[in-house]
Design a protein around this ligand. Structure first.
Ligand SMILES: [Zn+2]
Length: 195
């Protein structure tokens, strides 16, 4: 065996312990294994000038009830419904004061979307198979609001625990200009004050 091949094999066996890098690009997708806790979501809110950027990250289980790729029709329907629910920023976030308007919203369901399910033969190329029961998948959403009167912003109510009852607790970290804070929201506590 040429020395370079041996070297690469050694590097690979080392790297494999921590990642799937050596499987290279023949995989048609990469599964993400995150260390999330079911029942707990994370949110970060960054306010600078008139811009308010909000990121939500949750286990897919708490949003759609599963963490595998959506194969069945009812699972795909659940994804579509959850996307619409997350798009409805006005029902999730209620600003008191601030004159805030939503500029853009996006969500990432790629961990549970089966992009190739419509291909007739459903050909899977060789890739690492992680048993679905052991797999964790996240769903994330991003919101960008513009608040033209940010000085008058008193509070922000976040209804995420009500809309997705499986999320029992939302850890919110926020930063407003120089100030920062942390809050734990739940079904009973949904109002944030930035002071
Ligand atoms: Zn999970």
């Amino acid at each position: 065996m040429p020395a370079t091949v041996i070297f690469f094999a050694k590097v690979c066996s080392l790297v494999l312990a921590i990642s799937s890098y050596c499987y290279g690009h023949s995989e048609h997708h990469h599964k993400t294994i995150s260390a999330h806790k079911h029942g707990e979501a994370e949110m970060s809110i960054a306010m600078e000038g008139e811009d308010v950027e909000i990121d939500l990250q949750s286990s897919a289980a708490d949003i759609v009830g599963f963490e595998h790729k959506a194969h069945k029709e009812d699972e795909k329907l659940q994804l579509a419904q959850a996307k619409l629910t997350l798009q409805a920023a006005r029902s999730i976030f209620q600003f008191e004061g601030g004159d805030c308007k939503l500029l853009e919203q996006s969500s990432d369901f790629s961990a549970v979307e089966d992009k190739i399910s419509n291909i007739a033969d459903h050909i899977h190329t060789t890739h690492i198979n992680i048993p679905e029961a052991k797999q964790h998948s996240d769903i994330s959403a991003h919101y960008h609001f513009k608040c033209t009167n940010i000085g008058s912003l008193k509070s922000l109510s976040i209804n995420i625990n009500e809309i997705f009852p499986a999320i029992e607790k939302t850890d919110v970290s926020w930063i407003k200009n120089q100030k920062q804070g942390h809050s734990e929201l739940n079904i009973k506590k949904k109002k944030l004050y930035f002071h």
